[in-house]
Design a protein around this ligand. Sequence first.
Ligand code: APR
Length: 312
Amino acid sequence: MSLPKITVIGAGNVGATLAQRLVEQNLGNVVLVDIAEGVARGKALDLNQSAPVMGYTARVTGTAQYEETAGSDVIVVTSGSPRKPGMSRDDLLKINYEIVRSVVERAAKASPNAVIIVVTNPLDAMVYVALKASGFPKNRVLGMAGVLDSARFRTFLAEALNVSTSVVEATVLGGHGDDMVPCLPLARAAGIPVAQLLPAEVLEAIVQRTRQGGAEIVKLLQTGSAYYAPAASACRMVAAILRDEKAILPCAVWLEGAFGLHQQILGVPAILGRQGAEKVVEIALTAEDRGGLAKSAEAVRGLCQQIDQWWK
Ligand code: APR
């Protein structure tokens, strides 16, 4: 049986690591696209030369041409510019808006039936850009943030409990920013609510550390941002879609009334399958978490209004 086709746009740290994870799991043949064509082609060669050692059959093609992406089942957008010294968040928003808009317009035309997963930051706003640029149905454009933020939350909880991360379930809702909402009532270890296992002040510190999870890594690396866990999280979403898993994963999706939010992108639990985000799973939240989600939604709305102004 032929493998699915996955386009990864951006052959930088996240994109190349994602390509590696995808082929090592034989999830599909990968087309790695970058404006720096040599980088995409070089990393593709390097990955293909790993195949005989690692024992996978999936292939990687490196290119700057969108014709080679035609007929992809999934498109993952990681292309973007990192924040440079002296650059405001708005400057970054504008640069990445232009990049994401142009790559999605071309990739969507080449693969009209694909599911698009956006990874580029600021995440929720870039999902909005991809939605507008592709013209795809809302269920086929989603963003990767919740899986990553939840993975960070699970890691810190597991460390505090001294248990395996595999027994810890936890979900982070909201936008991928300082206002994200790590939901304590949904956090459990082998089904036991974590509030029964850890003191409140420890849990509060974990919630704060989760919110700052990306910044903690940026500070240590000094020259870039996280990529192993972001790539793992995007890979998990690609797998859920291509295998039509109907997995429930938190992702940034378009909301039309769920959680009291209308006509906007935000991170919530969704059922992921071959059609993308097939259904939003609405859950009861505490008043505090509901308030947190509303605040986070407001921040995302502000960025999207700015994008609407630029779009014209
Ligand atoms: N078309 C294709 N590729 C592009 C374009 C473009 N128009 N503009 C930039 N790129 C490529 C760059 O050449 C670079 O190889 O995107 C890649 C980005 O890679 P890195 O700078 O290594 O960034 P990375 O760490 O991979 O992060 C990518 O994901 O997690 C987010 O915040 C992060 O927005 C960032 C994105």
